[in-house]
Design a protein around this ligand. Sequence first.
Ligand SMILES: C[S@@+](CC[C@H](N)C(=O)[O-])C[C@H]1O[C@@H](n2cnc3c(N)ncnc32)[C@H](O)[C@@H]1O
Length: 193
Amino acid sequence: MNIIPKVVALMEKQIAFIPQLVSLYANFYREVVNNEISLAGITADDRVLNIGCGGIPFTSILIARQTGAKVWAVDRDSEAVNVARSCIEKTGLNRLISVEHYNGIDPLPFDYSVAIVALQVEPKKEVLNNLMQNGTPGAKIIMRRPRPELDHQYDLLPTAPKPVALTTQNQITFDSSVLYRVTDSPAQVSSFF
Ligand SMILES: C[S@@+](CC[C@H](N)C(=O)[O-])C[C@H]1O[C@@H](n2cnc3c(N)ncnc32)[C@H](O)[C@@H]1O
């Protein structure tokens, strides 16, 4: 992992207990998550898996609040999981959001209908492959596409399969969120054509 993702992950764990900073930081996520809700058409009937929720699981919170969908907020960092759990307690969203310790490359215990993968998650190719191979046909996967000039900071998206749709995101670190669909016979995710 490189410096920007490391700093963001650390910062989330530190500022999670300072409400003013949390609401300031939340502003970066509102439009991003609204765009993603529209992209995947998320409703209260969905079972959302948010991989890389971090210490402040904004994506999970905004999805649960805006749509009423049930969310598994997961992270491979157990410290982030503990911080995220206390964050969710404070929001009173325990009924909708369950925080779990999970690495996106491990055998998949979640029957998700929509997966949303954080920008900092790596290795993206393996995580996408896991979701594609083990998801129910028709399930949707959203990944945030890092700006190409930041390829030294973030793991870039694999070159195949191609996303079926995208929404533009006006962020410093990523330019769009892209949508994949699980098919009956998903192709292997590949870094090469
Ligand atoms: C700092 S957070 C940002 C997420 C942000 N709070 C959100 O709501 O979208 C990114 C997190 O991704 C986690 N992460 C990176 N790779 C992962 C993987 N393979 N599986 C699960 N979590 C991962 C890191 O531990 C880090 O906490």
